[in-house]
Design a protein around this ligand. Structure first.
Ligand code: BGC
Ligand code: BGC
Length: 820
């Protein structure tokens, strides 16, 4: 689809101006490169699947390490181990013994709030917190520090900043966004780029102390329908430009050298294959002359493509495949052949490689030498350095937002008797959130964050220094009645996909934090709530049960920044006031998924920009409505298809090449599957599905809003459907529960299908407990207790062989498991 559009996009003047001598140098390199070398530059595998020998043999342009991926699988390795690995890849790329050119490879990594994958690094508050700090200068300092800690490991390239403008806080990446307000994102993006890369108008630009930055994810990632990760953005082009592209304006001005394509689609068309947006808008109209890198096999979702075969992405304007797949060589060979056959024009390849080389030349990679020879390389003393932590602690202080302060309870006297409760008080995993040592950030301990300070540790220090008395008691029990209780609680860590939620209820099935707050209130102990969260959530009950309530987001490794603000100085004066202000409005009801300043029905509890200072008089009572939305008790039978798909479900079919179609009317076809409406008892009450055997195909009942089906799993539920099988399966048949692209739990049911061949209508009952973990080669493991919170497709049938079946009456029922 090309978009003959009336919308014009601004031409951006980059601080990194084109340089004719650079272009001459690139011309010279290009003229000597073979096609193999050129295609190799366009491939970026993941370190778990690529050796230095591969870098040499395939002339690879780059490698990456994904979230939680570290040299030799050893998370406790030192800077020197990273550098040694970087050296090995680098040396392979510079090896000319095969008579080919030396082109330095570059290594990309996710340092999205400091160097998350590096044990001991300084981890800053996540972006949503930084947004609340409203301090662009601080953002630049954070970028500078992050660049130095990356440089200590010998890496070249950061996949940051995320410049998503998130409009539906149910998205699990809301915390990666500075604000729902395009203006704030615009103010910050350029600063972060400048901090990471250095000022492009000076010699510090991409010098030994700076790294290449990435603005991601282009475009519209924060605006998908219902906040579904990797979902569809349906905004019109004006909103796409004025809201979602805001961060790119300043990032490009600051000279950002790379842009990452997004997983999401725009009106159904995947961004990785979007010629209009990648080439016409970003490169031609906005004038971006750096490189566009893909996102984690994201090219594989393009209609007609697969992870290992995807000329569409290159033709659309992607310059480098991020191919996190053990078989990436197949993608290399396919791409090479597609250029030879003219499917991909050589001019497109030359343009892509020119962009890649331009970034490498600008980054000085041809001159910087082996990673180990660079001035900061191997410097463990820089990783988590005291002067870096000072800045992170400042960021924590400035990002805290005070929502309630009845009777001016805060600031507390550090000379009081303080009880510190809640499971977040001394919990480094919770306070660092996602993209911290591991991809999802779960299950980490203090061993993973040497040098870090938990919120409790910060409070303990402040109180001890002033001569008060602080006690840690996660469950809130005490012998000696405290003067005040501080309860630290909130969301557990998560990252992409797993962090999506269906509504803004805080912990729908668990009231323990609320009970803890109420317990203190009942004993007349003033209570301060400190809420750890990656997004605004409906917490009216917790607000009512607290005297003071502050949102502390996910503050990172420097938890002491919290005590800096909530306690007075030793002399009784205010030490640090609350200066953080909401950059996402706070919901009044849990069903306010999209709640944005300027909306027609804008009705927040706390508006955009809200946040108290100590001198403000707080008028909030303890009587906020607690009737938000109770999670309805789930009925015993959840009907999904009964003569027709019942709301919110619809039918989708998918062919072998991501050709996907919603089934309407009485017949719908994709490459490998045909579905038609047929009669069983009454007109068109069943669906016949025929697979032609030409590759994988799927039929599914799907919805666009995540469904929480955990009750059905817990209460012995089963998936039940009627099936008529008119042809024996020619290949294995999979029953699938889907939670989004590459997020499936697959159960093989070939035997069950074969057993009912030619037996007319039969009912199959499949215990939900039989569904295995969602797993992939790349380490994503989602146990059933988690993916039953995220269901998008409660019923799918997948096979690659010929098959002819008819289905009807699809439902999920409680209390039937085991009785089948
Ligand atoms: C994320 C990116 C990240 C990449 C590499 C993707 O799944 O969307 O933000 O840079 O993984 O880890
Ligand atoms: C990998 C991470 C990666 C993420 C990106 C996960 O499966 O384990 O390393 O960053 O995918 O989507």
């Amino acid at each position: 689809m090309s978009n003959p559009s009336a919308v014009t996009w601004p031409k951006i003047t980059s601080a990194a101006q084109p340089d004719p001598t650079v272009e001459v140098r690139i011309d010279e390199l290009l003229s000597r490169m073979t096609l193999e070398e050129k295609v190799g530059q366009m491939i970026q595998p993941e370190i778990r699947h690529v050796t230095p020998q591969d870098v040499k043999d395939y002339h690879l342009g780059s490698v990456l390490n994904g979230g939680g991926s570290v040299p030799h699988g050893n998370r406790y390795c030192k800077a020197a181990d990273w550098v040694a690995m970087a050296d090995a890849y680098y040396a392979a790329s510079m090896d000319t013994s095969d008579g080919r050119l030396a082109i330095p490879m570059m290594w990309g990594t996710d340092a999205v709030h400091g160097v998350g994958n590096l044990v001991g690094a300084t981890l800053f508050p996540h972006n949503i917190a930084l947004g609340a700090a409203n301090n662009p200068e601080l953002i630049r300092r954070i970028g500078e520090i992050t660049a130095r800690e990356i440089a200590a490991t010998g890496l070249d390239w950061d996949f940051s900043p995320t410049v998503a403008v998130v409009r539906d806080d149910r998205w699990g990446r809301t915390y990666e966004s500075y604000s729902e307000d395009p203006q704030r994102v615009r103010e910050y993006a350029g600063e972060m780029v400048e901090g990471l890369q250095g000022d492009a108008r000076t010699n510090e630009f991409l010098d030994q102390f700076h790294v290449i930055a990435t603005a991601k994810h282009f475009l519209g990632d924060g605006g998908t329908v219902n906040g579904i990760d990797r979902g569809d953005n349906r905004d019109d082009e004006t909103r796409l430009r004025d809201i979602h592209a805001a961060g790119y304006m300043s990032a490009l001005e600051a000279g950002v050298q790379t842009v990452m394509a997004s997983f999401n689609s725009w009106h159904g068309e995947r961004l990785h294959g979007h010629h209009y947006l990648l080439t016409e808008v970003l490169k031609n109209q906005m004038g971006f002359d750096g490189l566009v890198v893909g996102d984690w096999n994201g090219h594989g979702f393009i209609s007609g493509a697969s992870v290992l075969d995807c000329p569409q992405a290159i033709n659309a304007g992607l310059d480098m495949f991020m191919v996190a797949h053990p078989e990436w060589k197949t993608l290399y060979h396919n791409t090479l052949a597609q250029v030879q056959e003219g499917v991909i024009p050589i001019t497109r390849v030359d343009d892509a490689v020119r962009r890649i080389l331009r970034v490498k030349v600008r980054a000085g990679l041809f001159e910087k030498g082996a990673p180990s020879s660079r001035p900061l390389a191997g410097r463990d003393d820089l990783i988590g350095a005291a002067e870096h932590r000072v800045v992170a602690r400042q960021a924590v202080r400035e990002s805290l937002v005070l929502l309630k302060n009845k009777n001016s309870l805060l600031p507390l006297s550090p000379r009081s008797k303080v009880l510190v409760a809640g499971d977040g008080a001394d919990n480094i995993s919770k306070q660092t959130g996602g993209w911290s040592v591991t991809w999802q950030g779960t299950g980490n301990t203090m061993e993973d964050f040497p040098g870090a300070t938990t919120i409790w540790m910060g409070i303990e220090q402040a109180v001890a220094a002033a001569g008060g008395q602080a006690t840690l008691s996660p469950d809130g029990s005490f012998n000696d009645k405290p003067d005040v209780a501080i309860v630290v609680f909130g969301e557990d860590p998560y990252a992409e996909m797993q962090g999506d939620v269906q509504n803004l209820l805080y912990k729908p099935a668990d009231n323990s934090d609320w009970e803890l707050l109420k317990k203190f209130k009942a004993q007349d102990i003033p209570v301060v709530a400190l809420f750890i969260t990656g997004r605004p959530l409906w917490v009216n009950k917790e607000l009512n049960a607290s005297d003071a309530f502050a949102v502390i987001w996910q503050p990172g490794t420097e938890g002491a920044g919290v005590a800096d603000v909530i306690f007075r100085a030793a002399d009784g004066s205010v030490f640090h006031d609350f200066t953080g202000r909401l950059t996402f409005p706070w919901p009044k009801r849990p069903d306010q998924g999209p709640l944005n300043l300027g909306d027609e029905n804008y009705d927040p509890l706390f508006a955009y920009g809200y946040g108290l200072s100590y001198s403000d008089k707080d008028t909030l009572g303890d009587d906020l409505s607690e009737e938000g939305m109770t999670i309805q008790e789930t009925s015993d039978v959840l009907e999904i298809f009964n003569r027709r798909p019942l709301a919110p479900w619809h039918i989708e079919i998918e062919g072998s090449r991501n050709d996907r179609s919603e089934a309407h009317g009485n017949i719908t076809r994709v490459s490998t599957v045909t579905i038609s409406a047929v009669d069983r008892d009454v007109q068109e009450d069943a669906r016949r599905v025929v697979w032609n055997g030409a590759g994988l195909g799927m039929v599914a009942l799907a919805t666009r809003d995540r469904q929480v089906l955990i009750d059905y799993l817990n209460e012995d539920g089963a998936l039940i459907f009627d099936l008529k099988v008119d042809q024996a399966p020619a290949a294995e048949v999979i029953l699938r529960l889907g939670c989004g692209p590459s997020c499936n739990s697959d159960l093989e049911i070939t035997e069950e299908i074969t057993a009912i061949l030619n037996k007319g209508w039969q009912t199959l009952t499949i215990d939900l407990k039989r569904f295995p973990d969602v797993g992939s080669d790349f380490g994503l493991v989602l146990p059933p207790e988690e993916f039953f919170h995220l269901v998008l497709e409660p019923f799918g049938l997948v096979t690659s062989g010929e098959l002819d079946i008819t289905f009807a009456n699809v439902r999920i029922e409680k209390h039937v498991a085991g009785k089948a």
